[in-house]
Design a protein around this ligand. Sequence first.
Ligand code: ADP
Length: 449
Amino acid sequence: MFSKVLIANRGEIALRVLRACKELGIQTVAVHSTADQDAMHVRLADESVCIGPPPSRDSYLNIHQIVAACEITGADAVHPGYGFLSENAKFADILDAHGITFIGPTADHIRIMGDKITAKKTAEELGIPVVPGSEGEITTDEDAARIAKEIGFPVIIKATAGGGGRGMKVANNEEELSIALSTARSEAGAAFGNEAVYIEKYLGRPRHIEIQVLGDGEGNAVHLGERDCSLQRRHQKVWEEANSPSLNENQRAEIGEICANAMRKLKYRGAGTVEFLYEDGKFYFIEMNTRLQVEHPVTEAITGIDLVNEQIRVASGAGLSVTQDDIRFHGHAIECRINAEDPNTFVPSPGTITHYHTPGGLGVRVDSGVYQGYKIPPYYDSLIGKLIVHGRTRVECMMRLRRALDEFVVDGINTTIPLFRELLANPDIANGDYDIHWLEKFLAAKAAK
Ligand code: ADP
C-alpha cells in the first residue's frame, strides 16, 4: 500500500479522496493555488503545497509544479480526482517516468478513450453496442451525405477531440449537413486544436445511462450497475440516480456484463464509466470516462462499495476487494449537484457563505468542500457540494430528499437548491419519466412564464 498520496485537485473531490486515504492509514498531501489557501482540503490534509496563482493552467493543471510537490513531500502516488489532469495521458506518463503511481488507468487506455473515434472503434471491437454512424473521420461532404442517407436524418456531427458537450452539430437534411460539417470542424479546431469530426445518428429522446466499472489491470473486472444522468442542462448533469427508473434487473445485468467483459478483455485498471444513450430498449455507446465521476456516490449508496478505496487498492497492486457475485444493489439513491449559481439564470454566484447548515439523518450524505465563512473564489467551476440521499425505494428516497433540501441552509450566495425543490414537485420526475431534453424544456417553459 502507498504511504503518502498527493491529491491533485480541489473542492469536494479533494476531500472525498482524502477521506478514503485516511481510512486506509495513508498520509495525504494537498496542493492548492493561492486562491485556495483557506480551502477545506488544505486544512484537513497532513501536508500542503502551494502550486501557483489562481488560474487553473498555472496551478491545478501545472504538471511541473505538481511533480515538484510530489518530490518535495515524498508522495508515492497521485490521485487526480475528476476534471483537471484526471484524463491527461501525458501526466500519467510523466508520473510514471518519475516512479510515482498515477491512481487511474494506463496512459494508453486514457489515450484510446480520450479520442472519440478511437474510443468508439475500440468499444465496438470489445462487443459494446454503438450509435450507427461513420467508421471513422469524415473528410468530404460527399462521404457525409452518403452515410447520412444510409443511417437516416437527423444526424449529429461530433468532434473526435470533443468534451464538455462542445463541438457537436445536428443536421436534419442534406442542406443543413454541409453547414453543420464546416461549423463543427472550425469549432473543433478552435476549441481542441483538432478539426477531425465524425457523424452518427441523432437520437431524438434518449436517456443518458452509464455503467460503472472497476478493473484490476490483470483481466479481472466488475460492473456496479448503472446511473441515470438524463437530467442535464447544456450537457451538464444536474441530478443523477441509481438505479435508472427505466431499467429492470435483467437489462441491468445484461448491459453491465457486456461492459465488465469489455474491461476484462482490455485489462482495464481502476474506475471507469461507460456512457450510453438509451432509447426504445437499446443502448448506444457514446464515450468512456477513464476516471472517477462526480456522480459516483449514488453507486456507492446502493452497493455499499467505496469506489475511491477500490481505485487506490488496484493502483497499489492489492486487487479488487469484490467479485461480481459480491455486488448487490440495495434501494435507490439520488444526487443533486449544488452549484453556487442563480437557480433561474444559472449565473455564477461567488462570494462569502455567511451561514451554512447541512442536512443529516438516515440515508443523507453531503460531499462538500465549503464551510460557514468560506469565500468561494471566482476562478473555478461552481459546484460547491453534492447532496446524496438513499432510500429503500425511489418513493422513500424522494421523500427523504425533500426533507433534506428543506434542512439545507446556504446563505450569502445563490445556489441551485430551489431548483431541486421544483423538480421534486413535478409529476414527470416523480414518475421517472424524462429524457435528456426534459430539463432544458422545463427551464425554457419556466423562463417563458
Ligand atoms: P462530451 O464528451 O462533449 O460530453 P458526449 O459524446 O458524451 O460528449 O455527448 C454529450 C451529450 O450530447 C450526450 O449526453 C447527449 O445529450 C448528446 N449526444 C451525443 N451524441 C448524441 C447522439 N448520437 N444523439 C443525440 N444526442 C447525442
